[in-house]
Design a protein around this ligand. Structure first.
Ligand code: ADP
Length: 265
């Protein structure tokens, strides 16, 4: 094809754009393939365990203790499956802009405290101590979806526990700075290398597939924070630990007790 001089540059640009898009498609297909293989693996593990135990129990002849253990494993693994499926549904909702938030006034201090209570037993198993630094007299309110924000903090604190060493500390803090509520979760765990940190911010990425999980948690967390007009920053150093910091627009705080004052106007 003969092209006039003027268009040569544009065609060149178009060609390189197409080239870039083709490259991106190959890359995103690769990410999807990896994702499907890790999610299949994640689904198969609990299913295999449920199948095994239900067949064993079905064959009969087990004493009550063994039956109880089997039933409890089946119930735990079923919980895990439900969690995985919910994660997949959340992710697909977010991808299609179908995630509906039910927003109201939410105290980030309360959300973080609830999260700590929820994970306490899990932390205790690894002798991990959780410490919160905040102003107990303040709510640190944002306008958001309480359940979804809880999900965000549960994911972050859960990861902090998962990737921490036994007998270590996780430091949490909630404060306000420049009209933003800043919540941070700092662990002294295995950390992430610089090279992997870039990829972790990518969807579905996991540094180590042996740890289980789908790599969906952080992707969902990031998108949920963004739906609240917030930002999330992950800083990490291999061998030293990780800090995740979330900043959300602050709601003006009512003075303590002012809600109890009668309004005569
Ligand atoms: P998963 O469900 O696989 O844990 P996430 O999206 O929550 O998925 O996390 C993605 C990956 O990021 C993890 O597999 C892990 O490699 C890394 N990661 C997340 N949080 C931490 C942390 N606190 N310390 C070290 N690595 C982490």
């Amino acid at each position: 094809v003969r092209v006039k001089g003027n268009y040569k540059h544009e065609l060149g640009e178009l060609a390189s754009t197409l080239n870039f898009m083709a490259h991106e498609i190959v890359r995103s297909n690769q990410i999807k393939d990896d994702f499907i293989s890790s999610i299949s693996h994640e689904l198969r593990t609990p299913l295999t365990s449920i199948k095994g135990w239900s067949e064993t129990l079905d064959s009969g002849g087990y004493d009550p203790d063994e039956t109880r253990i089997g039933m409890s494993i089946i119930s735990k693994e079923t919980e895990r499956l439900i969690g995985l499926v919910e994660e997949m549904l959340d992710f697909s909702k977010l991808q299609q802009n179908q995630m509906k938030l039910v927003k109201g006034t939410v105290s980030i201090r309360e959300i973080v405290q609830e999260t700590m209570l929820n994970v306490w037993a899990k932390a205790e198993q690894k002798q991990i101590h959780l410490k919160l630094d905040t102003d107990e007299n303040r709510a640190f309110n944002v306008f958001g979806d309480g359940n979804r924000l809880k999900q965000v903090f549960l994911n972050i604190v859960d990861n902090a526990i998962k990737f921490s060493h036994e007998n270590s500390w996780i430091y949490l803090s909630v404060k306000e700075e420049d009209g933003k509520i800043i919540a941070a979760v700092q662990d002294t765990g295995i950390g992430i290398s610089e090279e992997h940190l870039i990829k972790v911010r990518d969807r579905f990425f996991q540094v180590d597939h042996q740890n289980g999980g789908t790599g969906l948690g952080l992707a969902i967390t990031q998108e949920l924070v963004e739906l609240h007009e917030g930002t999330i920053i992950m800083q990490s150093e291999l061998g030293s630990g990780t800090t995740v910091t979330i900043a959300l627009p602050a709601l003006p705080e009512e003075e303590m007790g002012s809600e109890y004052q009668a309004d005569d106007s």
